[in-house]
Ligand binder design. Sequence first.
Ligand SMILES: Cc1cc2nc3c(=O)[nH]c(=O)nc-3n(C[C@H](O)[C@H](O)[C@H](O)COP(=O)(O)OP(=O)(O)OC[C@H]3O[C@@H](n4cnc5c(N)ncnc54)[C@H](O)[C@@H]3O)c2cc1C
Length: 421
Amino acid sequence: MSKVVMVGAGPVGLYTAIQLKLYDPSIKIQILEKYAQYQRKHVVKIDKASFKDSHPDPKFQALLQSLEGTVPTQKIEESLKEFACTLGIEIKNETIASCEELAKNHPDADLFIGADGAHSIVRKEIFEDKKSKQNLQYVAEVKYEVQGTSRPLSLWSEAYDPLLKSNHLVVEHVGKKQENDKTCVSLRVFLDKNAFQTIKSANFKNPYQWTSTDKQKMDSQLVQTIEVWLKEREKILGDKIVDGSIKISGVKLNVYQSDEVVLEKHNKTWALVGDAAFGVPYFRSLNNGLVCANVLAKKIYSTLHNEQETVNKSFLGIKWQQKVSPLQKYSEKVKEIAQYESFIAKLKATGLGVLGKHLAYARKALFIDSTQDRNEVSVGGRLLMFGMAAAGVGYMMHKAINANNPEPKKVKNNVRRTVYK
Ligand SMILES: Cc1cc2nc3c(=O)[nH]c(=O)nc-3n(C[C@H](O)[C@H](O)[C@H](O)COP(=O)(O)OP(=O)(O)OC[C@H]3O[C@@H](n4cnc5c(N)ncnc54)[C@H](O)[C@@H]3O)c2cc1C
């Protein structure tokens, strides 16, 4: 009987383990997880396409359907954990402090999987943390709860005023109403490096509160932007903010990618998946993790059944087929997906940067400065702002595509084939 040991019972780890068990119920799977309760408490957007190519088991597919769209991470965790347990996957509370020890403690394991998130110990120790990393943007993440339901402001008819009156570009993310009759709202405020310095010590575990003491620590223009958005959302949507729920954290939006995702070490095979393998911002990381997990589960099954795969090679017009291990194919696919997704993330960063700059120009053109009382913005002002922004974004996106990637169509098509095939 084969045995697979996984570090981390986050959504991607559980999703990989479930599929592997469905492909071969005889495989023993043990997941070692640091916390009894999953720590992340945000809402994520899951695309239906991320579940394409997942195991066709009808019960599993019904569960996945219930997770499409905007969903709290807690719900994903609970449903996947429950399903994993019904399949006989063992989840043990244990913090892994050394991968060498882990390998020694499980001499009968055929394969180890690092699904232990962005700060993966498996990536650090086994893969020597060799990775490429680039900071794309600085963000203040403002999270709060409102009573009852809420929604994002309409870009066409409602968001003009707050965008023009505030000092930064702001993007909203609103979850579904929860069982406690509250809805989570997230405002992402895009900052420059100097403004970010004032909130860099505030993180998800120790965020700033919306109190006068913490407001004094923050950049005054950022405070003003948050005030504008809270006020405008209250005015337009009637948001009733739950007392004491506003939390502000500083976030650096990075793209990173482990150089390798499959390695042999301590006489064992190790693979990375999810945030441990690569991460991109703008609500894509979990989706990418799921897409890669669909591939990994199949390739582990093939590896444990000693199957081999072929790849087409060509040199100077001579074509031939070469045998490779299924995990090598997984590795190649992850690299292709990561390359495409980081290209798209850089494009989005460029677009958002340009949009922010054009909003600043529009504010100047309309004589809106940070000290005046920001009343209604005229229709002419709205048109000017969006005309400038659209022209700027279009031009810069075009430039960025050519600068980032000399052959954008080729890469895009290649990866599309890989991801959605
Ligand atoms: C505010 C916010 C919003 C987001 N929104 C989206 C979105 O809309 N769409 C999207 O696709 N992505 C989104 N993401 C990203 C998404 O949350 C992550 O990509 C996803 O959680 C990664 O899952 P994972 O299983 O790879 O890692 P994690 O969720 O980080 O899970 C890793 C698990 O490993 C455990 N672990 C770590 N180290 C050890 C150890 N040494 N020993 C034992 N266990 C260990 C951890 O406790 C954890 O349970 C968002 C992220 C944030 C912060």
